[in-house]
Design a protein around this ligand. Structure first.
Ligand SMILES: C[S@@+](CC[C@H](N)C(=O)[O-])C[C@H]1O[C@@H](n2cnc3c(N)ncnc32)[C@H](O)[C@@H]1O
Length: 264
């Protein structure tokens, strides 16, 4: 594999990489949503919804314990919440960058806590509980979750294998994992997209957020991230079963799915 984890410019070890990532996201939090939507022409909304729909069977179960890790400003969390039934257990929404999470909390807070059923009963609308936490050291019990989803966060972990191991620890046997991440498509389209992703996108990012680093880091981090076949090997080697990757929008992004096996 070409990389064990994210390595922002200047970071010499995993602790420094994690700190640089956290500081970077804290610093771009006020502009993050705007930039996301501009740079992806709003396609990101379709990706979050599509990823959530993949797990509809679990999300439908009111008692299912669900974590959105690296939730950032909470758009993946909101897509998950839309598929939760009335009265369901809250979705845990975790991130280690406080400024990103604070923006997420504003979105979850807009969810009405109570709503009326057609029969006139008052029920609790699906909601999220924010958690400031590091994906590599989750403050959660072993085998406690039915579903972990992460959108565009996994690539930023300082150690991918450690992240997969930590998710495996907290998933129940039979629990499912979904990792929505960018990738680099091949072929002619890939070449055209590469020009956009490596040249145009950093320039727009710089113009809107006024900083150079984060939008140089984005294409660099996608370039370092394992290609789908290698990522699937890593997931299998970490003990997951039913590992698969589904490309979204010509492979610009894609959803990795896997399960913690029921029998070890
Ligand atoms: C690109 S943003 C994605 C946010 C959101 N999921 C979305 O789809 O817009 C990546 C997020 O991952 C978070 N993150 C990166 N490494 C993390 C870690 N080790 N633990 C918790 N959060 C982490 C960052 O703070 C940031 O908010």
């Amino acid at each position: 594999m070409s990389a064990t984890g994210a390595k922002p410019l200047g970071a010499t070890d995993e602790a420094a990489a994690a700190q640089a990532v956290r500081q970077m996201f804290d610093s771009i939090a006020p502009r993050y949503d705007l930039l996301n939507h501009v740079l992806s022409a709003n396609i990101d909304r379709l990706w979050w919804r599509r990823a959530a729909r993949h797990f509809r069977a679990i999300l439908d179960r009111p008692e299912a314990a669900v974590l959105d890790i690296c939730c950032g400003t909470g758009d993946m969390t909101m897509a998950l919440l839309k598929l939760r039934p009335q009265g369901a257990q809250p979705v845990l929404a975790a991130d280690f960058a406080r400024a990103m999470l604070a923006r997420g909390v504003r979105k979850f807070g807009q969810q009405a806590r109570l709503s009326e059923t057609p029969a006139g009963r008052t029920m609790q609308a699906p909601y999220a509980v924010p958690l400031e936490a590091d994906a590599l050291h989750l403050p959660l019990r072993d085998a406690s979750l039915d579903l972990i989803v992460t959108a565009f966060g996994f690539r930023n972990l300082a150690n991918y294998e450690a992240g997969l191991r930590e998710f495996h620890r907290v998933l129940k046997p039979g629990g499912q994992l979904g990792i929505l991440e960018f990738s680099e498509p091949g072929g002619f389209l890939g070449q055209v997209y590469a020009v956009y992703f490596h040249r145009v996108l950093p320039a727009i990012g710089r113009a809107i957020c006024g900083k150079q680093g984060p939008y140089n880091y984005l294409p660099a981090s996608v370039g370092r991230f394992p290609a789908p076949a290698r990522m699937l090997d890593l997931m299998r080697a970490t003990g997951y079963s039913a590992c698969a990757w589904q490309p979204y929008t010509f492979g610009i992004a894609g959803l990795y799915t896997a399960a913690r096996p029921t029998v070890l």
